[in-house]
Design a protein. Structure first.
Length: 393
């Protein structure tokens, strides 16, 4: 993909630099995420942790080097999400919202001035990023958004509410989608880069949730927020194009979260069943336990294979709506199923906070809903393959 002479490819990361970065990611996660996962879950993500991510360079994996990024592949970015999610899916989700959902459209569609101003701040962790699409009456039907940006004397005035905003309570900037031409409906949507410190912006307190408790989620309220024409991302009324341009890659990147959850569940199960004894032998000696472990392993391998294939298709520019949706559908379902089985294998212990599997189960459920529900994914898949079938008749 190329924009303003910036190219991001998804070649297999076999270079010495990419390999050293991956090793560095593992070291960072072990030091800053694994040992603080319970603290993140209880007290949410601290600004110090964001700063540490920036200092290490993890917030700019895909970003061009000229802005302080590493200019690496989507695959390596997903690897970071996966590894973080093995210990703290909440941190993995917030990290993804910042480093991909917010930064990617700026990298791909931002003006040189927008990139010069925002990317260094986001890459260093000086500013936390978010994306704002959903509204109280625009969830699965995201294009039914009512937020408006009215042009008056060379300035836009932003009014409306956005909900379910990951990083919302802490974010300093967000890519916000709003109607600039309501009569054109979804063809009149424009993307804006909004400085959330502007007058007229109000943030809610973090929402209390079933899972992803370490990730701050909230609402954003806009009351006559004054925006300049320089705040437009891309072109006026071309927001839908920007949104759809990154949607398939977004689904693939999101899939790395439940893959990390699955791997963490299997690791916990293997350790637990190797030392827990019942009826005079370790749990892993029972065939029923072994069958469950085999299913978990198979689920992980199939999720990994689909994700790897998706990155191959991104590189070849052959990633379809159906395949991207199917990867996310499979991985999200597998994350929930594997975490439920992990709790079952740990029995009463799995139901307590002494082991991570109860948190992993609660966090896994988010992926059945966020980024387009499983049912929406099924609709996308079926619509495309039925259309392809008809075209072949």
């Amino acid at each position: 993909m190329t924009k303003d002479n910036i190219t991001i490819t998804d070649q297999a990361y076999t270079s010495e630099l990419a390999e050293s970065i991956e090793i560095g990611i593992t070291d960072f996660v072990d030091k800053f995420i694994a040992t603080h996962a319970k603290k993140i879950e209880k007290f949410m993500i601290s600004k110090d942790l964001w700063q540490s991510l920036g200092d290490f360079g993890l917030l700019g994996v895909q970003a061009p080097e000229v802005y302080g990024g590493l200019n690496q592949s989507y695959s390596l970015q997903a690897k970071a999400i996966e590894q973080i999610s093995q210990h703290s899916p909440a941190m993995g989700l917030s990290y993804l919202a910042h480093s991909h959902l917010c930064m990617h459209p700026i990298i791909q569609h931002g003006s040189p001035a927008q990139k010069d101003f925002w990317l260094p701040q986001l890459i260093k962790g000086k500013t936390i990023g978010a994306i704002a699409i959903s509204e109280p009456n625009a969830g699965s039907d995201a294009l039914a958004m009512k937020t408006t940006a009215e042009l008056k004397k060379n300035h836009y005035y932003l009014n409306g509410q956005k909900i379910w905003i990951t990083n919302g309570p802490d974010a300093g900037v967000a890519v916000v989608y709003a109607n600039t031409n309501p009569k054109q409906k979804y063809r009149g949507i424009t993307a804006f880069i909004v400085d959330l410190t502007k007058p007229g912006v109000t943030k809610s307190e973090p929402i209390e949730k079933l899972g992803m408790r370490g990730s701050k989620t909230g609402s954003l309220y806009f009351n006559n927020v004054k925006l300049s024409q320089d705040d437009v991302l891309g072109s006026v009324d071309e927001g839908l194009s920007i949104l759809m341009d990154g949607l398939n890659i977004e689904r693939v990147m999101l899939s790395a979260g439940p893959l990390g959850i699955q791997k963490s569940c299997l690791k916990t199960v293997l350790e637990y069943t190797a030392q827990r004894e019942q009826f005079g032998k370790c749990l892993n000696q029972f065939q029923l336990t072994q069958a469950k472990i085999a299913d978990m392993y198979t689920s992980i391998e199939s999720s990994q294979a689909m994700l790897t294939e998706a990155f191959k298709r991104i590189n070849e520019n052959t990633l379809t709506n159906a395949y991207a949706a199917s990867v996310y559908l499979h991985c999200s379902r597998a994350g929930v199923a594997t975490s439920m089985e992990a709790i079952q294998l740990l029995g009463g212990n799995g139901y307590t906070e002494d082991y991570p599997v109860e948190m992993l189960m609660r966090d896994a459920k988010l992926f059945d809903i966020g980024g387009g529900t499983n049912e929406i994914r099924q609709m996308i898949i079926a619509k495309e393959i039925i259309k392809d079938f008809k075209n072949k008749l």
